[in-house]
Design a protein around this ligand. Sequence first.
Ligand code: NAD
Length: 437
Amino acid sequence: MRITVIGTGYVGAVHAACMAETGHEVLGVDIDADRIASLNAAKAPMHEPGLDDLLTRTVGSGRLRFTTSLTEAAAFAQLHFICVGTPQRPDSPAADLRHVDAVVEALAPVLRPGSLVVGKSTVPVGTAARLAARLRKTAPQAEIAWNPEFLREGSAVRDTLWPERLVVGVTSERAEEALREVYAPMLRVGVPFFCTDPSTAELVKAAANSFLATKISFINAMAEICDASGADVTTLAEAIGEDSRIGRSFLQPGLGFGGSCFPKDIRAFAARAEELGVGDAVTFLHQVDGINIRQRRRSVDLARALVGGSFAGRTVGVLGAAFKPESDDVRDSPALAVAAAIQAEGAEVRVHDPAAIDNARTAFPDLKYSLVIPEACEDADLVMHLTPWQDYAEIDPAVLAGVVRIPLLVDARNTLDVHAWQRAGWRVRALGRPRLG
Ligand code: NAD
């Protein structure tokens, strides 16, 4: 099939490359000319494992190319995926739909008759219906469907080629058939395919992210109780996670979630529920958000207490800037929020990250950065582990102890082998584990 992918960021670049990998002829579109040039040169504009290889193969084969022209895209295909950003509005918790609206507005007059426009962006329930009404004015033969995206940064290529499920919200059999054809390679190997109406499809995404965020904040609430009662949250998480009704995943206690999805998606969902007159049904999402943000403050409070009540004149080595490992994305990164808060209280903060330094420097130009772990931790009074990259699990704590001024560690992600660090002479503290030190 011929398809276009409009918006080539973390979702769109991967979607375009994976669609070409499965045999489709794909044209990617973006308003960012630098990004298009990079993609046409088969160079991923972001750190995403496997994407460079995929681009080399698919761009090289001629099945994938990129353009800045939406008019060219409209002429190229009758099936268009929208993957543009839907950030939080600057002035409210609701979703900012201006990019999605702009794409539909620009496409409407140039679409070929019978085109299908498929949204992948995360949007408030009711968006597809509103856009369909808009399309009816100038492109009455075109249709809108919604096909929410569930990929995770860091494993986006795998998640797209081998998704756990596909969800499509359509209003005609023709649209369902087209999407079944797009995803035929996945359907052949038994990927569950949920075909429903657009509102349900939009809500599946909001509900999934809300549930996952709730699980994270639940375990972080338990960490606070553990801190107050002398219990250990890591054992608690493992023990409740063994219950198959609960499950182990997303019960990692620590600094909480960030990134470009969970925080803004739960806020947008609560705001949309409010608009629909059912805000009371999801008031818990405000608490999920509050508990999450509180972990950043708790980490700073813990660190301050450890260095004697004030950061003034202290040096802090920070391990991690990305919002999660295997990504260079620093949007709403908990690690950088903590690093910046500590620096604002007078510490010299040096941040290490294996992939996100460039983006971090753009977002927080006043922090100091290093690409080398020992350099970031040199003469540090405290080391803070804030993003759980595998690189940090592989640190030899005995070697790092020889570099810092004081071997004092906050494992804000609860993923390091803290007993190995203790054996190497480190004093270790972590949220929800008061007995550690
Ligand atoms: P992003 O900011 O990385 O990429 C968006 C891209 O759209 C940018 O390259 C931007 O230049 C481009 N764009 C903006 N306006 C455009 C226009 N008018 N025409 C063409 N291109 C335009 O965003 P993302 O992280 O890829 O997320 C995209 C959507 O997918 C969002 O709704 C997000 O919530 C959702 N989503 C993201 C993830 C994730 O892990 N990042 C996962 C699932 C769903």
